[in-house]
Design a protein around this ligand. Structure first.
Ligand code: ZN
Length: 210
């Protein structure tokens, strides 16, 4: 197909925009750094030098089903906010009012999720987002899929704290990295609240082990 840029060409074009020290100039005027929600003061802030292009993408954790956690299933003692025969929803330790992770029980990544699971993922995404947003400490549920660490599909549902307007938008994770930990009893109560509402909305099994 014509017009598609190779990894080498993309990297070379970005590197050509960097200075002699390999750093891109820090854009503050027409970039995220100009947003009022940008979490950092700009004095002294600079980009790390660009790394060379890697020879290949490194393998991720659990790249094949044989290497992944999923053939053994979720241990029965594991905390689950909600589950059914095909999906599990866990409440992760963190700093935000809710940090939940949704995974299929069978080995798939986002790009190879069968259509029936993809359709169910849409319904679940709506139900989980609504449940997270019903927490009194949450205004908005943010969604994320990175897929650079573990190969097994895992979606993040992140509760943006209500009325903390600096935490809006994509800098939420930068703030979350610096906030104090969410107390574990609060994490469990929030997970149970979310799981119960998801069960009310779509069926399946409510909170377990919490
Ligand atoms: Zn897996």
């Amino acid at each position: 197909m014509t017009g598609l840029e190779s990894a080498e060409d993309f990297h070379a074009r970005v590197l050509a925009a960097a200075g002699e020290d390999g750093r891109l100039a820090f854009r503050a005027d027409d970039a995220m750094a100009a947003w009022d929600i940008y979490p950092y003061e700009l004095d002294g802030l600079r980009m790390k030098p660009l790394a060379p292009l890697a020879d290949a993408e490194p393998p991720r954790r659990g790249e094949t089903a044989e290497e992944c956690w999923c053939p053994a299933g979720v241990p029965p003692e594991k905390e689950l906010a909600w589950s059914n025969e095909r999906w599990v929803l866990q409440a992760l330790p963190g700093t935000l009012p809710a940090e939940l992770m949704l995974q299929p029980r069978t080995h798939h990544d986002l790009g190879d999720l069968p259509a029936d699971l993809a359709a169910e993922m849409g319904v679940l995404t709506v139900a989980i987002a609504a449940a997270v947003e019903s927490l009194p400490a949450v205004a908005r549920c943010q969604l994320a899929r990175y897929g650079d660490g573990g190969a097994h599909l895992h979606l993040f549902f992140l509760g943006r704290p209500s009325r903390m307007l600096q935490l809006r938008g994509s800098p939420l994770l930068d703030w979350a990295d610096q906030l104090p930990p969410l107390p574990d009893d609060v994490r469990r109560a929030h997970a149970a609240h979310v799981g119960t509402l998801v069960q009310d909305a779509v069926g399946g099994f409510g909170p377990s082990g919490l």
